[in-house]
Design a protein around this ligand. Structure first.
Ligand code: CP
Length: 307
């Protein structure tokens, strides 16, 4: 283990929201992620539990890969196999795995973890929120910030617009907080029925009705997934109409400077499938960076526990 990391880390047990991270934490985590990307290695000891109660490809697998690259033992529990299927509560599940001796729990839940008090008062091992309902996805926000910094260099005054289903997006809610704290100007664009109120309070500077205006304004556009599974009513007329009005079409892509998407993508609803990985796309960079950012965060959280 490298000594310098220990000195940087403060007490930090729960990463349930992007607001649990200070600017200093974020700077340290992103620097460490760059070191991991450059080939630096850590050899940690401990047991990580991935408690994934919702489908996931990139978050779950990248946490698994990140943990294994750090030398940690990893177990995974899904909702169908857990005793929550038999009525056990989430908090009892967390207290149970703490008693077994796990050192870190990473959770993905269809429900919001908010209010956090019940968790922080009863569970005494680090917890990383890997996405909770429509509420927060702090590790995706870290990845997006890292990818933007890697691509754009100086972030101050650069413009990013989130496009699509803003209301149901935990990626947006964590992202707007981190991006605006690091000097980026943030806009949103989407159907009126999928734009929440009080955006100014979150740090949003511009709300665009027309996607073409948003594209012209932004240095980077982040398309979001239309979250059918969280929509209990019809917010749009049809997916075809939504794509025509708000999607990334081939014609629009000619005017986009760069684009991102946290995934998974609804091809031909969020983005035209033919241009998903073209030269303006940072989507696979986001996925690749996800492993290094999560290695850094896991190291940060586990070492802060012992320092
Ligand atoms: N971005 C993201 O959270 O993707 P997964 O649902 O595949 O983990």
């Amino acid at each position: 283990m490298i000594e310098v990391n220990r000195l940087l880390f403060k007490s930090m047990r729960y990463i349930l929201s992007s607001t649990d991270l200070t600017e200093e934490d974020i700077g340290n985590i992103l620097s460490l992620a760059s070191k991991f990307k450059g080939g630096y290695r850590e050899n940690l000891k401990g047991f990580v539990l991935l408690l994934f109660f919702e489908p996931s490809t990139r978050t779950r697998l990248s946490f698994e890969m990140a943990s294994k690259k750090l030398g940690l033992n990893v177990s995974t529990m899904t909702s169908k196999l857990s005793s929550m299927e038999k009525g056990e509560t989430f908090i009892d599940t967390l207290m149970t795995v703490e008693s077994m001796g796990f050192d870190l729990v990473v959770t993905r839940t269809p429900f919001a973890l908010f209010p956090y008090k019940e968790i922080t008062e009863n569970v005494h091992i680090p917890i990383i929120n890997a996405g909770d309902g429509s509420n927060q996805h702090p590790t995706q926000a870290l990845i997006d910030l890292y990818t933007l910094r890697e691509t754009l260099g100086d972030l101050n005054g650069k413009r990013v617009v989130y496009i699509g289903d803003i209301s149901h997006s935990r990626v947006f809610r964590s992202g707007v907080d981190l991006l605006s704290r690091f000097g980026l100007r943030v806009g949103v664009c989407g159907p009126e029925t999928l734009i929440p109120a009080d955006l100014e309070k979150l740090g949003v500077e511009e709300v665009f009705e027309k996607v073409d205006d948003a594209i012209e304004w932004a240095d980077v556009c982040i398309w979001l997934r239309l979250q059918r599974e969280r929509q209990k009513e019809q917010f749009i007329t049809s997916e075809y109409e939504y794509f025509l009005q708000f999607g990334l079409t081939k014609e629009r892509c000619e005017r986009v400077k760069l684009f991102m998407h946290p995934g998974p993508v609804n091809r031909n609803v969020d983005i035209d499938g033919d241009i998903l990985y073209n030269e303006k796309s940072l989507i696979l960079d986001q996925v690749k960076n996800g492993v290094f950012v999560r290695m850094a965060l896991i190291t940060y959280v586990l070492q802060s526990r012992t320092s």
